[in-house]
Design a protein around this ligand. Sequence first.
Ligand code: ADP
Length: 501
Amino acid sequence: MDALAEINATTLFSSELLTLIIEAVSTAIIMVDKDGRIKLVNKHTEQLFGYTRQELIGELIDILVPYKFRVKHPELRQSYLHSHSTRPMGAGRDLFGLHKNGSEIPIEIGLNPIVTRAGTYIVSAIVDITERKRLEARFKATVESAPTAMLMINQAGTIVLVNKELEKMFGYERDKLLNNKVEALLPERYRNGHSNLRTQYFANPETRRMGVGRDLFGLHKQGHEFPIEIGLKPIEMDEGSFVLSAIVDISDRKMQAERREIEILQRANEALERSNIELQRFVYIASHDLQTPMRSIGNFADLLCNTYQNSLDNRAKDWLRRIKQSVTYLQTLVSDLLEYSRLDSQIHVFKFVSFQEIVDHAISLLDSVINDSNTEIICDKLPTIFGDRTLLVQLVVNLISNAIKYRCKKRPQIHISSQENEEEWLIMIKDNGIGIDKKYFQKIFEIFQRLHDHSTYQGTGIGLAVSRRVVILHHGRIWVESEPGLGSTFYFTIKKMTEEN
Ligand code: ADP
């Protein structure tokens, strides 16, 4: 609302009291008439501009306006006279007054029109902001000379201050940043959420690190992202609330940490590989050396059984049967161990092979087991994949023989199918057997891990460990999905061969 005040000396204050009040305030007060002639000044005006009251009264107000602004001043004065509003003068511009000694004083001016019976007057309240400007300049100089990139924004997220380091870090020149939104310096995916975070920060401003626990990234003018760390400091000024951010590019630090991590991993891998090779060599030698004495035990047990068949009583025959059973198990175990230990040492021949042919070969090797169990095997159209034929046959034999071995009362059915994505083939071998409890999904792929004893299902617990190794040698993954009583599906992926491989 326009402040239209009418001085009425009799009903409001005595003019003497009014003069005392005007003299007492620590703001310079000047009243001019509609032509811009000074009618009244207070003591503070004399102190601020260096003139005596007598020197000012009757003069045009322009005497206090620096020369460079004087030409426009009468026009501005006239337009204000017609607007009749109470407002600060020169919003958004820096204002200066002219001291008697010729120096310019940074000031802030509030304007009030006063309409009296004697005519319209304008009362200006003038504040000397030299000290504030000096502090502001010192603050800006400190920010500018800081060795860290710095940026100040207001509550709306508009950039109001940047320093040289920040220009360098983000590749922008200062004038492309000032008065623009800070979101331009963030990767696109963080922009939407940022204004919310900003509002939260201004609601609870404190000096702290930004995004603790999150990775922060800056967006360079040329479009690349870089990891950063940001410290925030709230700043209260006459113009409102601001936040000053100190930004550090941590690309080097991150790269060094990553390099250190890779080195540690590489060293651990090398050590693991060495011990694996030693272990495989040991398993190979031990298994190999066990074969001959084991064969002898088996042969002698046979000889004993055949030669002394009539002179052995039933107890002796039962013991001999158990010896032969154990020898058979040991022979399977040794041959499975040999198979496992050879996986990494044997030469692999990777080439394009028809997975259907692999499956056919595996089925022919398991012919008698399949017939004896009356197993039905259904194959969808299967792809050509890049792999080692021998290893893949071994893998399929393991999975099909397990599907048959762990069958339930129903007729065993096996369904082999495939799916393709950009990088790999997914092969699925589904059975209708006894199924596996979810808690063993990982465990069964470890060597010697069995879920049953020998009297229920025979086995060595090596088959799935071999299968996993074969899949890893093909840069794939293997896993199972199953429900007890409803059957299991074994999945494995085989990486596709591309030109980059
Ligand atoms: P093995 O068959 O010699 O015991 P594997 O390593 O081939 O050893 O399998 C580990 C365990 O995983 C098996 O003992 C069995 O309990 C379980 N298993 C493997 N395949 C199947 C399957 N198709 N259905 C149910 N259980 C299975």
